[in-house]
Design a protein around this ligand. Structure first.
Ligand SMILES: Cc1cc2nc3c(=O)[nH]c(=O)nc-3n(C[C@H](O)[C@H](O)[C@H](O)COP(=O)(O)O)c2cc1C
Length: 331
């Protein structure tokens, strides 16, 4: 997740792991460069599962060039980002902004498909500001002969507000010959299983919940195998925070703090129902203060309390997920 997971993706994957990982998007344009953190996942094989490199851009020539480079560097597949809802992105007619120009989308997908023999997938939303072109989008996806289709069940303009409409998943799974992956607001392993069973989707893509609960992929796998899933406690969450901290590069404390805070925001919504931990951790001014807060709220008398299901009414990153005018989702 761009601007959030950065070098810590490998820690999230260590706990699951998921079946495969989609990188943050590589922004591809005339003067593009492939960002180091993102590349490390591909080149250094940091996560032990197939890594699909995600591209965002509007020019098929540069996209094809970047895709080939990434495959040569070890990417196990290429995903095209056709859904990013950040205004800063869609205003440039890339990500979700491209949904306003489906003819261009068809050209880009055709060019990429023609050049790629690896797994080629697309991630998108149901439309830009309405679902009026959803059927046309599905037709374009079908014609593009992609290998995997990930759908977020909202429009771009809906950002993260309202609910995900699962009828779109059903329709895509019904129409498309390739496997469809459902995305959006999946909080628990049980929800993931229900979604797969009820929609015909072949899998789920999980973002924010995996940051809070990196065990979720293993939990889904256990449920699919008829086994009892691992139930983490607050002391497991404390160990996870330590793992994240220990994986940070040797940078200033302020940078470490700003890398950890987004994670602690997601973790914080599942610690106590009134959000006390969340409030305190948001105000922490050093990593030592943050880790001390974790000790107080996640260990001692709290250590064995169940962790990972979010409490109602708590929002991890209010400015970024509530306000559809927010421009800072992508730094
Ligand atoms: C901070 C942030 C960064 C994101 N970066 C990306 C990205 O680079 N590529 C992408 O496909 N989706 C990105 N997303 C969207 C997520 O992958 C996912 O589609 C979205 O959060 C909904 O799924 P979830 O409810 O499981 O989180 C990002 C989301 C957030 C909140």
């Amino acid at each position: 997740m761009r601007g959030l997971t950065q070098g810590l993706t490998k820690i999230v994957c260590k706990y699951g792991p998921p079946d495969c990982l989609f990188t943050e998007f590589f922004r591809v344009h005339k003067n593009y460069c492939l960002e180091e953190d993102n590349l490390a996942l591909i080149v250094q094989k940091q996560v032990g599962v197939p890594v699909i490199a995600q591209l965002m851009g509007e020019d098929e020539a540069y996209l094809v060039e970047a895709a080939k480079k990434l495959v040569a560097m070890g990417a196990d597949g290429i995903d095209f980002n056709l859904g990013c809802p950040a205004p800063r992105v869609f205003r440039k007619n890339v990500g979700g902004g491209l949904l306003r120009d489906l003819d261009r989308v068809a050209i880009i997908l055709k060019a990429l498909r023609a050049e790629l023999t690896c797994t080629f997938s697309v991630k998108t939303r149901v439309g830009f500001d309405s679902d009026k072109d959803f059927e046309k989008l599905l037709e374009i996806i079908q014609n593009a002969q992609i290998d995997l289709f990930t759908l977020h069940g909202r429009t771009v303009k809906a950002f993260y507000s309202g609910t995900v409409d699962t009828r779109y998943f059903k329709r895509a799974a019904q129409v498309l010959p390739c496997p469809v992956v459902a995305n959006g607001d999946i909080q628990t392993a049980e929800q993931a299983i229900a979604l797969i069973e009820n929609t015909g989707c072949r899998g789920v893509m999980i973002g924010r919940a995996a940051i809070r609960n990196p065990w979720i992929f293993g939990q889904i796998r256990s449920l699919l195998n008829g086994e009892r899933p691992f139930q983490p406690t607050l002391s497991d969450a404390r160990k996870y925070v330590q793992d994240l901290y220990d994986a940070l590069p040797d940078v200033s404390d302020a940078i470490k703090l700003s890398s950890l805070k987004p994670f602690l925001n997601y973790i914080g919504i599942a610690v106590d129902p009134d959000g006390t931990f969340l409030q305190k951790v948001r105000r922490s001014t050093s990593t030592s203060e943050m880790l001390a807060l974790c000790d107080t709220h996640l260990l001692g008398p709290h250590a064995d309390k169940p962790y990972a299901t979010p409490y109602a009414g708590l929002i991890a990153r209010p400015n970024r997920e509530k306000d559809s005018a927010s421009d800072d989702l992508i730094p």
